[in-house]
Design a protein around this ligand. Structure first.
Ligand code: ATP
Length: 307
């Protein structure tokens, strides 16, 4: 649904994007992870048609962003990282204003307003002034605004930034619901745990280029090195000898009945090693691969350059 190839963007001498490649499948919730300054906002602003890239290609819903900006505008709902709200405007009026900008008027606009407010859980705030809403409510209103023209693709720049934990959860649940409605969602964040519970796919960006992307579960299962703790019923010499000859094992640290080591590869390699240890009659009493978090994965991958 979104395809990006070799996207570059400089701000003066700052290279914000250095040849970004990205594929966001239709119907996915794609978490775009990167540290501050990695280039996420720049990429999203280019996709939203607000910035012109220096070089490269980008397509949204099959439309080249440079050749068909109008079609791209219709296909996307964009939620920026910073947004202004209008003073002296009520929540309902705010949405009607945006609906009219898309040519939606009369009873249709009223129904759309009510449906959207319900979706973002602001039904009871219809008559409240926008600037009296909490930050979390304002973010949700901004999301509703991005949905006014029912776009198939959502570009959300740090939608949960500045929100308290409860408001984050609320935002996450709404995004999940939008995912279930079939929207393709590209959502940026530097808060990894937030994306782990939400996304189907992940793209990790470091210094303007993607270091990894793919299905979230695959990324977590196929990390370069996983720490494992092994305990045996007898001294660990036999296990250590075996591990020293096993491909992908590194950093062996042994005590009397316990060995800690790293293993390259995914869960399949972990299972294979355990099977072979048992086959070799190592008396295994405990075999615990450390749970890999998205954060671990990012830290491990951030230093690499391949996609
Ligand atoms: P954050 O999570 O902090 O929003 P980001 O990943 O969205 O960061 P960008 O905002 O795209 O990153 O910034 C990428 C790089 O480009 C950074 O080094 C930033 O300082 C620089 N940059 C961004 N906007 C401008 C600008 N208007 N002028 C000059 N440099 C800029």
């Amino acid at each position: 649904m979104i395809k990006v190839r070799g996207l570059k963007k400089n701000y003066g001498r700052v290279q914000a994007l250095k040849g970004l490649d990205m594929d966001v499948p239709a119907g996915s919730i794609y978490g775009f992870i990167g540290q501050n300054g990695a280039g996420k906002t720049t990429a999203l602003r280019i996709l939203a048609g607000l910035l012109v890239p220096g070089q490269g290609l980008a397509e949204v819903a099959g439309w080249d962003i440079m050749l068909y900006p109008r079609a791209v505008q219709e296909a996307i709902g964009y939620m920026p990282d910073f947004f202004g709200v209008y003073d002296d405007l009520r929540v309902g009026e705010y949405l009607l204003f945006y609906a009219s900008a898309y040519g939606i008027k009369g009873p249709r606009a009223g129904k759309l307003r009510d449906d959207l407010l319900e979706l973002v859980e602001l039904g009871d705030k219809r008559e409240a002034f926008v600037d009296t809403l909490s930050r979390g409510m304002q973010q949700r209103l901004c999301l509703a605004r991005a949905l006014v023209h029912d776009p198939p693709v959502l570009l959300l720049d740090e939608p949960a930034s500045g929100l308290d934990p409860l408001a984050r959860v609320e935002m996450r649940e709404i995004l999940k619901e939008l995912g279930q409605m079939g929207k393709t969602i590209l959502v940026s964040s530097h808060i990894l745990t937030e994306l782990a519970n939400l996304c189907t796919h992940i793209g990790m960006i470091t210094e303007g280029a993607l270091v990894r992307q793919g299905v979230l579960a695959d990324l977590l299962n196929n990390t370069p090195v996983r720490k494992i703790v092994l305990r045996c019923a007898c001294p660990t010499e036999k296990a250590v000898k075996f591990l020293e000859g096993w491909p992908g094992v590194e950093g062996i640290n042994c005590q009397l009945h316990q060995v800690e080591f790293g293993l390259a590869g995914g869960l399949f390699q972990v299972a294979e090693l355990l099977k072979e240890l048992v086959n070799q009659e190592v008396p295994v009493t405990h075999f615990a691969p450390e749970e890999q978090t998205l954060e671990d994965t990012f830290v491990q991958l951030a230093g690499q350059t391949e996609v």
